[in-house]
Design a protein around this ligand. Structure first.
Ligand SMILES: Nc1ncnc2c1ncn2[C@@H]1O[C@H](COP(=O)(O)OP(=O)(O)OP(=O)(O)O)[C@@H](O)[C@H]1O
Length: 529
Protein backbone atom coordinates (compact mmCIF):
# COMPACT_ATOMS: atom_id res chain seq x y z
CA UNK A 1 0.00 0.00 0.00
CA UNK A 2 1.17 3.50 -0.75
CA UNK A 3 -0.26 6.00 1.68
CA UNK A 4 0.05 9.59 0.72
CA UNK A 5 -0.99 12.88 2.11
CA UNK A 6 -1.08 15.40 -0.73
CA UNK A 7 -0.99 18.45 1.46
CA UNK A 8 1.16 20.92 3.38
CA UNK A 9 1.36 23.90 1.11
CA UNK A 10 4.23 26.17 0.76
CA UNK A 11 2.02 28.21 -1.51
CA UNK A 12 0.48 30.96 0.56
CA UNK A 13 -1.67 32.21 -2.27
CA UNK A 14 -3.38 28.91 -2.74
CA UNK A 15 -3.66 28.03 0.91
CA UNK A 16 -5.12 31.36 1.85
CA UNK A 17 -7.10 31.89 -1.28
CA UNK A 18 -10.52 30.97 -0.01
CA UNK A 19 -12.30 34.13 -0.93
CA UNK A 20 -15.70 33.46 -2.30
CA UNK A 21 -15.70 35.19 -5.67
CA UNK A 22 -17.86 32.39 -6.92
CA UNK A 23 -20.20 32.27 -3.93
CA UNK A 24 -21.67 35.65 -4.60
CA UNK A 25 -22.74 36.04 -1.02
CA UNK A 26 -19.86 36.47 1.36
CA UNK A 27 -22.35 35.94 4.17
CA UNK A 28 -22.77 32.29 3.39
CA UNK A 29 -20.26 31.45 6.00
CA UNK A 30 -20.97 29.95 9.32
CA UNK A 31 -22.67 32.10 11.88
CA UNK A 32 -25.50 33.38 9.70
CA UNK A 33 -24.60 37.10 9.54
CA UNK A 34 -26.87 39.07 7.23
CA UNK A 35 -25.26 40.53 4.14
CA UNK A 36 -26.61 43.67 2.58
CA UNK A 37 -26.22 44.21 -1.12
CA UNK A 38 -26.29 47.57 -2.85
CA UNK A 39 -24.10 46.75 -5.86
CA UNK A 40 -26.93 45.79 -8.18
CA UNK A 41 -30.40 45.30 -6.74
CA UNK A 42 -30.82 46.39 -3.11
CA UNK A 43 -31.20 43.17 -1.18
CA UNK A 44 -30.44 41.50 2.14
CA UNK A 45 -29.44 37.89 2.53
CA UNK A 46 -29.09 35.62 5.51
CA UNK A 47 -27.28 32.54 4.30
CA UNK A 48 -29.34 31.48 1.28
CA UNK A 49 -32.54 33.18 2.43
CA UNK A 50 -33.48 36.56 1.08
CA UNK A 51 -34.78 38.99 3.61
CA UNK A 52 -37.75 41.09 2.51
CA UNK A 53 -36.73 44.75 2.67
CA UNK A 54 -40.08 45.85 1.29
CA UNK A 55 -41.10 47.83 -1.79
CA UNK A 56 -38.83 49.94 -3.93
CA UNK A 57 -39.02 53.22 -2.02
CA UNK A 58 -38.48 51.48 1.29
CA UNK A 59 -35.38 49.79 -0.13
CA UNK A 60 -34.21 53.17 -1.41
CA UNK A 61 -34.39 54.51 2.16
CA UNK A 62 -32.48 51.47 3.31
CA UNK A 63 -29.82 52.04 0.64
CA UNK A 64 -29.20 55.61 1.85
CA UNK A 65 -28.83 54.42 5.44
CA UNK A 66 -26.52 51.61 4.32
CA UNK A 67 -24.32 53.94 2.27
CA UNK A 68 -24.00 56.09 5.41
CA UNK A 69 -23.67 53.12 7.74
CA UNK A 70 -23.09 53.97 11.43
CA UNK A 71 -23.78 57.63 10.73
CA UNK A 72 -26.88 59.59 11.57
CA UNK A 73 -28.88 60.56 8.49
CA UNK A 74 -31.33 63.41 9.16
CA UNK A 75 -34.87 62.73 8.08
CA UNK A 76 -34.71 65.96 6.04
CA UNK A 77 -31.92 64.47 3.98
CA UNK A 78 -33.93 61.31 3.37
CA UNK A 79 -36.89 63.44 2.28
CA UNK A 80 -34.72 65.53 -0.08
CA UNK A 81 -33.20 62.47 -1.68
CA UNK A 82 -36.54 60.71 -2.04
CA UNK A 83 -38.48 63.69 -3.41
CA UNK A 84 -35.86 66.03 -4.96
CA UNK A 85 -38.41 68.47 -6.42
CA UNK A 86 -41.55 68.62 -4.32
CA UNK A 87 -41.99 66.43 -1.26
CA UNK A 88 -45.56 65.63 -0.29
CA UNK A 89 -46.91 67.00 2.99
CA UNK A 90 -46.80 63.50 4.42
CA UNK A 91 -43.11 63.02 3.52
CA UNK A 92 -41.77 62.87 7.08
CA UNK A 93 -44.45 60.44 8.11
CA UNK A 94 -43.79 58.27 5.04
CA UNK A 95 -40.08 58.09 5.87
CA UNK A 96 -40.89 57.24 9.48
CA UNK A 97 -43.14 54.37 8.36
CA UNK A 98 -40.51 53.05 5.97
CA UNK A 99 -37.79 53.12 8.61
CA UNK A 100 -40.07 51.35 11.12
CA UNK A 101 -40.80 48.60 8.63
CA UNK A 102 -37.15 48.26 7.74
CA UNK A 103 -36.25 48.04 11.41
CA UNK A 104 -38.82 45.29 11.89
CA UNK A 105 -37.55 43.38 8.87
CA UNK A 106 -33.97 43.57 10.07
CA UNK A 107 -34.82 42.62 13.65
CA UNK A 108 -36.85 39.64 12.49
CA UNK A 109 -33.75 37.91 11.36
CA UNK A 110 -31.54 38.86 14.27
CA UNK A 111 -30.30 35.35 14.65
CA UNK A 112 -26.72 34.12 14.74
CA UNK A 113 -24.25 36.92 14.25
CA UNK A 114 -26.69 39.50 12.97
CA UNK A 115 -26.55 42.56 15.18
CA UNK A 116 -27.92 45.01 12.60
CA UNK A 117 -30.39 47.57 13.80
CA UNK A 118 -31.76 50.98 12.87
CA UNK A 119 -31.72 53.43 15.72
CA UNK A 120 -33.40 56.82 16.04
CA UNK A 121 -31.70 59.89 17.51
CA UNK A 122 -33.95 62.93 17.49
CA UNK A 123 -35.02 63.39 13.90
CA UNK A 124 -32.26 61.27 12.41
CA UNK A 125 -31.77 57.56 11.75
CA UNK A 126 -28.70 55.37 11.79
CA UNK A 127 -28.16 51.87 10.43
CA UNK A 128 -25.87 50.24 12.99
CA UNK A 129 -24.02 47.23 11.66
CA UNK A 130 -20.53 46.03 10.82
CA UNK A 131 -19.80 47.94 7.57
CA UNK A 132 -18.20 44.84 6.12
CA UNK A 133 -21.63 43.21 5.98
CA UNK A 134 -22.57 45.79 3.31
CA UNK A 135 -21.10 44.98 -0.08
CA UNK A 136 -20.16 48.58 -0.98
CA UNK A 137 -18.02 48.94 2.12
CA UNK A 138 -16.64 45.43 1.85
CA UNK A 139 -15.74 46.13 -1.77
CA UNK A 140 -13.73 49.18 -0.75
CA UNK A 141 -12.07 47.31 2.14
CA UNK A 142 -11.07 44.33 0.02
CA UNK A 143 -9.69 46.60 -2.71
CA UNK A 144 -7.72 48.54 -0.10
CA UNK A 145 -6.43 45.23 1.29
CA UNK A 146 -5.48 44.04 -2.19
CA UNK A 147 -3.39 47.20 -2.65
CA UNK A 148 -1.29 46.19 0.35
CA UNK A 149 -0.55 42.78 -1.16
CA UNK A 150 2.89 42.03 -2.56
CA UNK A 151 1.88 38.72 -4.05
CA UNK A 152 0.21 39.33 -7.39
CA UNK A 153 -1.70 36.02 -7.32
CA UNK A 154 -3.32 36.96 -4.02
CA UNK A 155 -3.85 40.51 -5.25
CA UNK A 156 -5.67 39.23 -8.33
CA UNK A 157 -7.85 36.87 -6.34
CA UNK A 158 -8.80 39.61 -3.90
CA UNK A 159 -9.56 42.10 -6.63
CA UNK A 160 -11.59 39.54 -8.58
CA UNK A 161 -13.45 38.76 -5.39
CA UNK A 162 -14.15 42.45 -4.85
CA UNK A 163 -15.29 42.93 -8.45
CA UNK A 164 -17.57 39.90 -8.27
CA UNK A 165 -19.54 41.66 -5.54
CA UNK A 166 -21.01 43.80 -8.32
CA UNK A 167 -24.27 42.38 -9.62
CA UNK A 168 -25.12 45.47 -11.65
CA UNK A 169 -25.00 49.25 -11.30
CA UNK A 170 -25.32 50.37 -7.66
CA UNK A 171 -28.91 50.70 -6.37
CA UNK A 172 -30.06 49.40 -9.76
CA UNK A 173 -33.64 48.60 -8.81
CA UNK A 174 -34.45 51.52 -6.51
CA UNK A 175 -33.44 54.69 -8.31
CA UNK A 176 -32.28 56.18 -11.60
CA UNK A 177 -28.64 55.82 -12.73
CA UNK A 178 -28.12 59.59 -12.35
CA UNK A 179 -29.42 59.65 -8.78
CA UNK A 180 -27.37 56.55 -7.95
CA UNK A 181 -24.24 58.22 -9.36
CA UNK A 182 -24.74 61.17 -7.01
CA UNK A 183 -25.39 58.96 -3.99
CA UNK A 184 -22.56 56.52 -4.73
CA UNK A 185 -20.04 59.15 -5.63
CA UNK A 186 -16.84 57.70 -7.15
CA UNK A 187 -17.92 54.10 -6.88
CA UNK A 188 -17.89 53.33 -10.59
CA UNK A 189 -14.43 54.88 -10.89
CA UNK A 190 -13.30 52.74 -7.95
CA UNK A 191 -14.58 49.65 -9.76
CA UNK A 192 -12.75 50.51 -12.98
CA UNK A 193 -9.54 51.30 -11.12
CA UNK A 194 -9.75 47.98 -9.28
CA UNK A 195 -10.28 46.24 -12.60
CA UNK A 196 -7.24 47.94 -14.13
CA UNK A 197 -5.07 47.08 -11.14
CA UNK A 198 -6.26 43.50 -11.35
CA UNK A 199 -5.40 43.28 -15.06
CA UNK A 200 -1.97 44.80 -14.42
CA UNK A 201 -1.32 42.09 -11.86
CA UNK A 202 -2.62 39.39 -14.24
CA UNK A 203 -0.17 40.65 -16.87
CA UNK A 204 2.69 40.62 -14.35
CA UNK A 205 1.76 36.99 -13.69
CA UNK A 206 2.08 36.18 -17.38
CA UNK A 207 -1.66 35.58 -17.87
CA UNK A 208 -1.88 37.66 -21.06
CA UNK A 209 -3.71 34.96 -23.03
CA UNK A 210 -6.34 34.62 -20.33
CA UNK A 211 -7.12 38.33 -20.20
CA UNK A 212 -6.79 39.42 -23.82
CA UNK A 213 -10.50 38.80 -24.56
CA UNK A 214 -11.63 40.62 -21.43
CA UNK A 215 -9.37 43.54 -22.32
CA UNK A 216 -10.75 43.72 -25.85
CA UNK A 217 -14.28 44.02 -24.47
CA UNK A 218 -13.23 46.56 -21.85
CA UNK A 219 -11.49 48.80 -24.37
CA UNK A 220 -14.63 48.76 -26.53
CA UNK A 221 -16.69 49.80 -23.49
CA UNK A 222 -14.22 52.41 -22.19
CA UNK A 223 -12.34 53.67 -25.25
CA UNK A 224 -10.78 56.67 -23.48
CA UNK A 225 -9.16 54.76 -20.61
CA UNK A 226 -5.57 54.67 -21.77
CA UNK A 227 -4.42 52.30 -19.08
CA UNK A 228 -6.78 49.67 -20.50
CA UNK A 229 -5.54 50.47 -24.01
CA UNK A 230 -1.95 49.92 -22.90
CA UNK A 231 -2.85 46.67 -21.18
CA UNK A 232 -4.57 45.42 -24.32
CA UNK A 233 -1.55 46.32 -26.47
CA UNK A 234 0.78 44.49 -24.11
CA UNK A 235 -1.47 41.41 -23.90
CA UNK A 236 -1.77 41.25 -27.69
CA UNK A 237 1.99 41.63 -28.10
CA UNK A 238 2.72 38.88 -25.60
CA UNK A 239 0.24 36.61 -27.41
CA UNK A 240 2.38 37.06 -30.52
CA UNK A 241 -0.19 39.39 -32.14
CA UNK A 242 2.18 42.24 -32.90
CA UNK A 243 0.10 43.64 -35.77
CA UNK A 244 -3.03 43.65 -33.63
CA UNK A 245 -1.13 45.39 -30.83
CA UNK A 246 0.01 48.13 -33.21
CA UNK A 247 -3.51 48.37 -34.69
CA UNK A 248 -4.90 48.83 -31.19
CA UNK A 249 -2.49 51.75 -30.72
CA UNK A 250 -3.48 53.35 -34.05
CA UNK A 251 -7.19 53.01 -33.25
CA UNK A 252 -6.72 54.50 -29.79
CA UNK A 253 -4.67 57.41 -31.10
CA UNK A 254 -7.11 58.19 -33.92
CA UNK A 255 -10.05 58.10 -31.53
CA UNK A 256 -8.38 60.37 -29.00
CA UNK A 257 -7.45 62.84 -31.73
CA UNK A 258 -10.83 62.81 -33.52
CA UNK A 259 -13.14 62.79 -30.54
CA UNK A 260 -11.17 64.56 -27.80
CA UNK A 261 -8.43 66.39 -29.73
CA UNK A 262 -5.87 64.75 -27.45
CA UNK A 263 -2.52 63.05 -28.00
CA UNK A 264 -2.01 59.61 -26.43
CA UNK A 265 -0.35 59.57 -23.01
CA UNK A 266 3.33 58.64 -22.93
CA UNK A 267 2.43 55.20 -21.53
CA UNK A 268 0.81 54.40 -24.90
CA UNK A 269 3.34 56.01 -27.22
CA UNK A 270 6.31 54.58 -25.26
CA UNK A 271 4.73 51.16 -25.40
CA UNK A 272 4.20 51.45 -29.13
CA UNK A 273 7.90 52.28 -29.60
CA UNK A 274 8.90 49.37 -27.37
CA UNK A 275 6.72 47.03 -29.43
CA UNK A 276 8.25 48.29 -32.68
CA UNK A 277 11.76 47.52 -31.47
CA UNK A 278 10.67 44.22 -29.78
CA UNK A 279 12.02 45.44 -26.46
CA UNK A 280 12.95 42.40 -24.32
CA UNK A 281 11.45 44.24 -21.32
CA UNK A 282 8.02 43.47 -22.79
CA UNK A 283 8.50 39.72 -22.49
CA UNK A 284 6.21 37.94 -20.02
CA UNK A 285 7.70 37.45 -16.57
CA UNK A 286 8.92 34.11 -15.32
CA UNK A 287 6.88 32.09 -12.85
CA UNK A 288 6.39 34.05 -9.67
CA UNK A 289 7.11 33.01 -6.11
CA UNK A 290 4.05 33.51 -3.99
CA UNK A 291 4.24 35.20 -0.63
CA UNK A 292 1.91 35.16 2.34
CA UNK A 293 -1.07 37.41 2.24
CA UNK A 294 -0.89 40.59 4.27
CA UNK A 295 -4.60 41.25 4.31
CA UNK A 296 -5.69 42.44 7.75
CA UNK A 297 -7.44 39.75 9.72
CA UNK A 298 -10.69 41.66 10.09
CA UNK A 299 -11.21 41.97 6.35
CA UNK A 300 -9.79 38.57 5.61
CA UNK A 301 -12.26 36.86 7.89
CA UNK A 302 -15.06 38.49 5.92
CA UNK A 303 -13.55 37.49 2.64
CA UNK A 304 -12.61 33.88 2.92
CA UNK A 305 -15.25 31.22 3.40
CA UNK A 306 -13.65 29.85 6.52
CA UNK A 307 -10.33 29.27 8.19
CA UNK A 308 -10.28 25.50 8.42
CA UNK A 309 -7.50 24.92 5.95
CA UNK A 310 -6.75 21.53 7.43
CA UNK A 311 -10.26 20.24 6.81
CA UNK A 312 -10.20 16.94 4.93
CA UNK A 313 -12.29 16.97 1.78
CA UNK A 314 -11.45 13.57 0.28
CA UNK A 315 -9.81 10.60 1.93
CA UNK A 316 -9.20 7.41 -0.02
CA UNK A 317 -8.06 4.26 1.67
CA UNK A 318 -6.65 1.40 -0.42
CA UNK A 319 -9.10 2.18 -3.18
CA UNK A 320 -9.17 -0.72 -5.63
CA UNK A 321 -11.07 -1.60 -8.80
CA UNK A 322 -10.92 -4.78 -10.82
CA UNK A 323 -12.54 -5.32 -14.16
CA UNK A 324 -12.57 -9.12 -14.36
CA UNK A 325 -8.95 -10.15 -14.11
CA UNK A 326 -7.69 -6.65 -14.87
CA UNK A 327 -6.71 -4.44 -11.95
CA UNK A 328 -7.53 -0.88 -13.02
CA UNK A 329 -6.82 0.76 -9.65
CA UNK A 330 -4.70 -0.93 -7.04
CA UNK A 331 -4.78 0.05 -3.34
CA UNK A 332 -4.60 3.79 -3.86
CA UNK A 333 -4.66 5.91 -0.70
CA UNK A 334 -4.47 9.68 -0.39
CA UNK A 335 -5.90 12.64 1.40
CA UNK A 336 -6.97 15.94 -0.17
CA UNK A 337 -7.80 18.93 1.93
CA UNK A 338 -10.21 21.78 1.49
CA UNK A 339 -9.27 24.13 -1.36
CA UNK A 340 -6.54 21.93 -2.80
CA UNK A 341 -6.21 21.25 -6.51
CA UNK A 342 -4.88 17.72 -6.85
CA UNK A 343 -3.72 16.47 -10.23
CA UNK A 344 -4.12 12.78 -11.07
CA UNK A 345 -1.30 12.38 -13.54
CA UNK A 346 -0.44 9.29 -15.53
CA UNK A 347 -0.21 7.68 -18.96
CA UNK A 348 -3.09 6.02 -20.82
CA UNK A 349 -4.59 3.20 -18.82
CA UNK A 350 -3.03 4.36 -15.55
CA UNK A 351 -6.38 4.28 -13.74
CA UNK A 352 -7.18 8.00 -13.60
CA UNK A 353 -10.70 7.81 -15.04
CA UNK A 354 -11.53 4.76 -12.96
CA UNK A 355 -10.43 6.59 -9.81
CA UNK A 356 -12.53 9.62 -10.73
CA UNK A 357 -15.51 7.41 -11.51
CA UNK A 358 -15.26 5.66 -8.15
CA UNK A 359 -15.05 9.00 -6.32
CA UNK A 360 -18.03 10.17 -8.40
CA UNK A 361 -19.97 7.12 -7.07
CA UNK A 362 -20.50 5.92 -10.65
CA UNK A 363 -18.46 2.79 -10.02
CA UNK A 364 -18.45 0.82 -6.80
CA UNK A 365 -14.91 0.02 -5.56
CA UNK A 366 -13.92 -3.63 -5.53
CA UNK A 367 -11.90 -2.97 -2.40
CA UNK A 368 -10.99 -0.17 -0.05
CA UNK A 369 -13.15 2.86 0.60
CA UNK A 370 -13.19 6.63 0.57
CA UNK A 371 -15.01 9.54 2.10
CA UNK A 372 -16.04 12.97 0.83
CA UNK A 373 -16.36 15.72 3.43
CA UNK A 374 -16.56 12.96 6.04
CA UNK A 375 -19.35 11.01 4.29
CA UNK A 376 -18.24 7.41 3.71
CA UNK A 377 -18.42 5.71 0.30
CA UNK A 378 -20.93 3.26 1.78
CA UNK A 379 -23.45 6.15 1.49
CA UNK A 380 -23.18 7.16 -2.20
CA UNK A 381 -26.55 8.94 -2.21
CA UNK A 382 -25.26 11.27 0.50
CA UNK A 383 -22.01 11.87 -1.36
CA UNK A 384 -23.67 12.97 -4.61
CA UNK A 385 -24.92 16.33 -3.33
CA UNK A 386 -21.38 17.08 -2.12
CA UNK A 387 -19.64 16.61 -5.44
CA UNK A 388 -19.65 18.15 -8.89
CA UNK A 389 -18.40 16.12 -11.83
CA UNK A 390 -17.18 16.96 -15.31
CA UNK A 391 -16.68 13.62 -17.09
CA UNK A 392 -14.25 13.13 -19.93
CA UNK A 393 -16.99 13.15 -22.57
CA UNK A 394 -19.92 15.03 -21.15
CA UNK A 395 -23.07 14.93 -23.25
CA UNK A 396 -24.93 18.20 -23.76
CA UNK A 397 -28.46 18.55 -25.13
CA UNK A 398 -27.87 20.88 -28.05
CA UNK A 399 -31.46 22.13 -28.19
CA UNK A 400 -31.28 23.65 -24.69
CA UNK A 401 -29.89 27.11 -24.06
CA UNK A 402 -27.11 27.40 -21.50
CA UNK A 403 -29.44 28.87 -18.95
CA UNK A 404 -32.09 26.18 -19.50
CA UNK A 405 -29.50 23.45 -19.16
CA UNK A 406 -28.13 24.74 -15.86
CA UNK A 407 -31.61 25.53 -14.53
CA UNK A 408 -32.61 21.95 -15.21
CA UNK A 409 -29.60 20.66 -13.25
CA UNK A 410 -30.27 23.10 -10.42
CA UNK A 411 -33.82 21.72 -10.20
CA UNK A 412 -32.40 18.19 -10.04
CA UNK A 413 -30.54 19.28 -6.91
CA UNK A 414 -33.76 20.53 -5.35
CA UNK A 415 -33.47 24.27 -6.04
CA UNK A 416 -36.73 26.15 -6.55
CA UNK A 417 -37.28 27.32 -10.11
CA UNK A 418 -36.38 30.88 -9.16
CA UNK A 419 -33.22 29.81 -7.32
CA UNK A 420 -32.24 27.50 -10.17
CA UNK A 421 -32.54 30.28 -12.76
CA UNK A 422 -30.67 32.69 -10.52
CA UNK A 423 -27.90 30.15 -9.95
CA UNK A 424 -27.74 29.37 -13.66
CA UNK A 425 -27.37 33.01 -14.64
CA UNK A 426 -24.77 33.63 -11.94
CA UNK A 427 -22.67 30.60 -12.91
CA UNK A 428 -22.84 31.40 -16.61
CA UNK A 429 -21.46 34.83 -15.80
CA UNK A 430 -18.70 33.34 -13.69
CA UNK A 431 -17.53 30.97 -16.41
CA UNK A 432 -17.62 33.74 -19.02
CA UNK A 433 -20.77 32.60 -20.83
CA UNK A 434 -23.08 35.45 -19.88
CA UNK A 435 -23.40 36.56 -23.49
CA UNK A 436 -24.20 33.03 -24.65
CA UNK A 437 -26.67 32.26 -21.86
CA UNK A 438 -29.68 32.38 -24.17
CA UNK A 439 -27.97 30.69 -27.13
CA UNK A 440 -28.54 27.00 -27.80
CA UNK A 441 -25.76 24.72 -26.61
CA UNK A 442 -25.52 23.30 -30.14
CA UNK A 443 -24.00 26.63 -31.16
CA UNK A 444 -21.29 26.53 -28.45
CA UNK A 445 -17.65 25.83 -29.27
CA UNK A 446 -15.90 22.97 -27.46
CA UNK A 447 -14.27 25.43 -25.08
CA UNK A 448 -17.65 26.99 -24.31
CA UNK A 449 -19.12 23.55 -23.66
CA UNK A 450 -16.33 22.72 -21.26
CA UNK A 451 -17.01 25.96 -19.40
CA UNK A 452 -20.69 25.06 -19.35
CA UNK A 453 -19.73 21.65 -17.98
CA UNK A 454 -17.73 23.33 -15.24
CA UNK A 455 -20.70 25.53 -14.41
CA UNK A 456 -22.90 22.45 -14.25
CA UNK A 457 -20.44 20.82 -11.87
CA UNK A 458 -20.87 23.84 -9.57
CA UNK A 459 -24.67 24.04 -9.62
CA UNK A 460 -25.02 22.33 -6.24
CA UNK A 461 -22.21 24.37 -4.64
CA UNK A 462 -20.17 21.19 -4.14
CA UNK A 463 -17.36 20.66 -1.65
CA UNK A 464 -15.39 18.64 -4.19
CA UNK A 465 -15.20 18.92 -7.96
CA UNK A 466 -13.97 15.96 -10.02
CA UNK A 467 -12.73 16.79 -13.50
CA UNK A 468 -11.72 14.12 -15.97
CA UNK A 469 -9.29 15.53 -18.52
CA UNK A 470 -11.11 18.88 -18.70
CA UNK A 471 -8.81 20.38 -21.34
CA UNK A 472 -8.91 17.55 -23.88
CA UNK A 473 -9.54 18.78 -27.39
CA UNK A 474 -9.12 22.47 -26.56
CA UNK A 475 -6.70 24.83 -28.25
CA UNK A 476 -4.01 26.43 -26.04
CA UNK A 477 -6.17 29.49 -25.29
CA UNK A 478 -9.15 27.30 -24.38
CA UNK A 479 -6.92 25.14 -22.17
CA UNK A 480 -5.63 28.18 -20.38
CA UNK A 481 -9.13 29.51 -19.84
CA UNK A 482 -10.32 26.26 -18.31
CA UNK A 483 -7.24 25.92 -16.11
CA UNK A 484 -7.59 29.52 -14.93
CA UNK A 485 -11.24 28.87 -14.10
CA UNK A 486 -10.40 25.70 -12.20
CA UNK A 487 -7.77 27.46 -10.15
CA UNK A 488 -10.15 30.34 -9.47
CA UNK A 489 -12.86 27.94 -8.34
CA UNK A 490 -10.52 26.41 -5.79
CA UNK A 491 -9.12 29.73 -4.65
CA UNK A 492 -12.38 31.57 -4.39
CA UNK A 493 -14.78 28.93 -3.17
CA UNK A 494 -12.46 26.74 -1.12
CA UNK A 495 -13.63 23.87 -3.33
CA UNK A 496 -11.32 20.89 -3.54
CA UNK A 497 -10.57 19.91 -7.11
CA UNK A 498 -9.34 16.52 -8.33
CA UNK A 499 -8.35 16.73 -11.94
CA UNK A 500 -7.08 13.94 -14.16
CA UNK A 501 -4.62 14.79 -16.88
CA UNK A 502 -1.77 13.51 -19.00
CA UNK A 503 -0.10 16.89 -19.09
CA UNK A 504 2.66 17.83 -16.66
CA UNK A 505 2.43 21.58 -17.53
CA UNK A 506 -1.22 21.60 -16.48
CA UNK A 507 -0.27 20.17 -13.13
CA UNK A 508 2.55 22.66 -12.75
CA UNK A 509 0.28 25.52 -13.66
CA UNK A 510 -2.58 25.01 -11.26
CA UNK A 511 -2.17 22.06 -8.92
CA UNK A 512 -1.24 22.28 -5.27
CA UNK A 513 -0.45 18.57 -5.21
CA UNK A 514 -0.04 15.71 -7.65
CA UNK A 515 -0.69 11.98 -7.48
CA UNK A 516 1.15 10.02 -10.14
CA UNK A 517 -0.52 6.80 -11.21
CA UNK A 518 0.89 4.03 -13.33
CA UNK A 519 -0.81 0.73 -14.09
CA UNK A 520 -3.31 1.39 -11.36
CA UNK A 521 -0.76 2.03 -8.64
CA UNK A 522 0.07 5.27 -6.95
CA UNK A 523 3.78 5.54 -7.61
CA UNK A 524 4.43 9.02 -6.31
CA UNK A 525 2.81 12.01 -4.71
CA UNK A 526 4.16 15.50 -4.44
CA UNK A 527 3.25 18.86 -3.06
CA UNK A 528 3.68 21.58 -5.69
CA UNK A 529 5.52 24.66 -4.63
N1 LIG B 1 -15.30 -0.79 -18.05
C1 LIG B 1 -14.11 -1.35 -18.16
N2 LIG B 1 -14.00 -2.69 -18.41
C2 LIG B 1 -12.81 -3.27 -18.51
N3 LIG B 1 -11.63 -2.64 -18.36
C3 LIG B 1 -11.68 -1.32 -18.11
C4 LIG B 1 -12.90 -0.61 -18.00
N4 LIG B 1 -12.62 0.69 -17.73
C5 LIG B 1 -11.28 0.80 -17.68
N5 LIG B 1 -10.72 -0.41 -17.91
C6 LIG B 1 -9.30 -0.67 -17.89
O1 LIG B 1 -8.77 -0.19 -16.68
C7 LIG B 1 -7.49 0.38 -16.89
C8 LIG B 1 -7.50 1.81 -16.41
O2 LIG B 1 -8.35 2.56 -17.27
P1 LIG B 1 -8.67 4.10 -17.02
O3 LIG B 1 -9.64 4.51 -18.07
O4 LIG B 1 -9.03 4.30 -15.63
O5 LIG B 1 -7.24 4.75 -17.30
P2 LIG B 1 -6.86 6.26 -17.57
O6 LIG B 1 -5.64 6.53 -16.78
O7 LIG B 1 -8.01 7.12 -17.35
O8 LIG B 1 -6.51 6.21 -19.09
P3 LIG B 1 -6.73 7.32 -20.25
O9 LIG B 1 -5.72 8.37 -19.96
O10 LIG B 1 -6.43 6.57 -21.51
O11 LIG B 1 -8.13 7.80 -20.16
C9 LIG B 1 -7.20 0.25 -18.37
O12 LIG B 1 -6.39 -0.90 -18.55
C10 LIG B 1 -8.56 0.05 -18.99
O13 LIG B 1 -8.47 -0.72 -20.16
Amino acid sequence: MTRTRAVTHTNGAKRNGRFDRFTDRGSRREGGAVEFQLLGAVEAWEQKLQLDLGPRKQRFTFAILALNVNQLVPVERLVDLTWPSQPPRTAHHAIHVRVSRLRQAIRQCRSGNNDADIITRGSAYMLKVNPLSIDVHRFRAVVAGARQENDDAVKVSLLRHALAMWHGPPLADVTTPDAAAVLCHGLEEARLSALEECLDAELRLGRHAAVVGELTDLVALHPYRQRLQAQLMLALYRCGRVTDALDAYRTARARLADELALEPESRLSDLQRSILRADPALEPPRAHTPARTQLPHEIWSFVRSDARSEEIAVEAHELTKWFGARTAVDSVSFTARKGEVIGLLGPNGAGKTTTIRMLSTLLAPTGGDFSVAGVPSSRPADIRPLIGVLPENPGFPGHHTGVEYLTYHGRLFGLSREEAVRTAVKLLGQVGLADAARARVATYSRGMRQRLGLARALVNDPAVVLLDEPTTGLDPTGQLEILTLVRTIAETRGTTVLLSTHAVPEVERICTGVLILDQGRLISSQVMT
